[in-house]
Design a protein around this ligand. Structure first.
Ligand code: PEP
Length: 251
């Protein structure tokens, strides 16, 4: 049975004091047995501190990115080995901001995917079309290409470590959300792609999250769709009460 998951992507927000404050609110207000597996992804500087503070709670900690190399002359980068050494076993890869602002290509992402899997890390793999793709009715094609080129080279066995996150770029940070029907349509399509390539069992087991302006007031109607298994949350994860309301949006 696939898991419900809600992951908060804090992006480049919150200094140390703000991070600690957010964590203390999360710890105070989080229910003991949420109906979803919960993650937060702080910036690299706050990763160790966040991991230590949330140890023993139901909130898991993920990195927002990593390099594919084990170590070496890659100024400013962080490796899987470094993340694992502080206890962080999950990484978000392929976020649209990394793709668009930092020129991350499918080929680069495939290398990062390999590095994460070699280090037995869990991957939250993001993909999604831009507005121009949707307007020209190319959204299915674009998503298929991102998955085929960045992820679908993995072995069947790797899928136990993979979570998918469909994030239409036009809905990220814009206040514009895909309708529950649009999300369901794409999630169903993505599951069919996984079925075709890796088989029904893997496709039925993989969690597919939706991301793009999910808020407490729209989470429930999106999460109740059959192929939507939770959300990757940006803006609304920065306020504990909003994030926790989203975590508690599963029926
Ligand atoms: C994101 O960046 O992954 C995201 C979904 O952001 P927001 O919720 O702010 O649209």
């Amino acid at each position: 049975m696939r898991k419900n998951i809600v992951a908060g992507n804090w992006k480049m927000n919150n200094d140390l004091a703000e991070t600690q404050e957010l964590i203390s609110h999360l710890k105070l207000q989080m229910v003991k047995e949420p109906t979803a597996k919960v993650y937060v992804a702080p910036s690299f500087v706050n990763l160790y501190n966040t991991f230590q503070s949330l140890k023993g709670t139901v909130v898991n900690v993920a990195a927002q990115n990593m390099h594919y190399a084990e170590n070496g002359a890659y100024t400013g980068e962080v490796s899987a080995k470094m993340l694992k050494s502080i206890g962080v076993n999950t990484v978000i890869l392929g976020h649209s901001e990394r793709r668009a602002l930092f020129n991350e290509t499918d080929e680069l992402l495939a290398k990062k995917v390999n590095a994460a899997l070699e280090n037995d890390m869990e991957i939250i793999f993001c993909f999604g079309e831009e507005l121009k793709d949707r307007k020209s009715d190319k959204h299915f094609e674009v998503v298929k290409e991102q998955l085929e080129n960045g992820l679908f080279h993995v072995e069947k066995d790797a899928w136990k470590n993979i979570v998918l996150a469909y994030e239409p770029v036009w809905a990220i940070g814009t206040g514009e959300t895909a309708s529950p029907e649009q999300a369901q349509e794409m999630h169903k399509y993505v599951r069919s792609l996984v079925t075709d390539k890796f088989g029904k069992d893997i496709a039925q087991d993989v969690s597919i999250l939706y991301g793009g302006s999910v808020k407490p007031n729209n989470a429930a109607e999106i999460f109740e769709k059959e192929d939507v298994d939770g959300g990757l949350i940006g803006g609304a994860s920065l306020k504990a009460i909003d994030f926790l309301n989203i975590v508690n949006s599963f029926s």
